[in-house]
Design a protein around this ligand. Sequence first.
Ligand code: NAP
Length: 279
Amino acid sequence: MFKRITIIGLGLIGGSLGLSIKRHRFAREVVGVSRRRKTLTRALKIGAVDRVTLNSTEGIKDADLIILATPILKIIDIFKRIKENLKEGCIVIDVGSTKNFVSRKIEKEIPECVSYVGCHPMAGSEKKGIDFARSDLFKGNYCILTRTRDTQREALLKIRKFWEGLGMKVVIISPEKHDRIISSLSHLPHAVSVALINSLNNLELKLSSGGLRDTTRIAASDPELWRDIFLTNRKNILREIGNFEKSLKILKNLLKKSDKAGLFKFFHRAKVIRETISV
Ligand code: NAP
């Protein structure tokens, strides 16, 4: 599919992409760029890449596809650093969890002879780093691609084929719609999870049960990654937190009034909705 693919950022997502690309033989050569030498050594050892470098300009030389897989604000910094040295006709994609901020910044500065497609593979976990990379991470999950007025059709189709080839189901929407939808499906759950953990004291945490563990698994995620997500999708997340506050207030009032029927109805409604979500 590509002669040379360069992945910048070899963590959970970048490392898993390397393993998956190599397994599907989607490139003759996969080059890996990361910040720490330790990550590069590990990426080579597990076979996620063929060649490594700490230098992003050197890493993108002659690459037909460049995948930006670092925390979101770093994606922009790195793109600014490499944009002058991109090969004519290459495609740049990013896998950042918010899309409007990143695609606006990149599209504003991208050279004319290069295409860009924003991507968000809906796969991953609270784990961080190359040690958790898996070649089957993407299989069977959705990947959202974003399209704007500047998106080139051919590049979009090629990237669609790329993700489908890795076993993903592709959906194409605007970056604005992506950020709106994901703020309720992913960013609000994270806000609730971290706020819940931060509201408890040490003794309560020590005696914690399965319920707390189930509701707060994602609070153990990487703080830099989530700081960038919240800062680049602020408005949508603030709106979702407002909706959540309203829901919590309804529950609080039912409890204040000891409203037996109301509480049952509130819990029952949640149970019915939750049961429509698979697993
Ligand atoms: P991660 O496991 O923490 O990996 C991030 C990688 O970026 C690390 O390997 C790190 O390198 C590298 N990096 C950081 N700064 C760098 C720099 N200046 N130059 C080169 N490399 C740099 O994070 P992740 O979960 O893979 O997330 C990566 C991106 O995917 C994020 O934008 C995130 O929003 C998005 N995403 C995450 C998930 C998820 O569930 N985790 C799902 C979908 C999308 P070193 O290891 O060398 O320090």
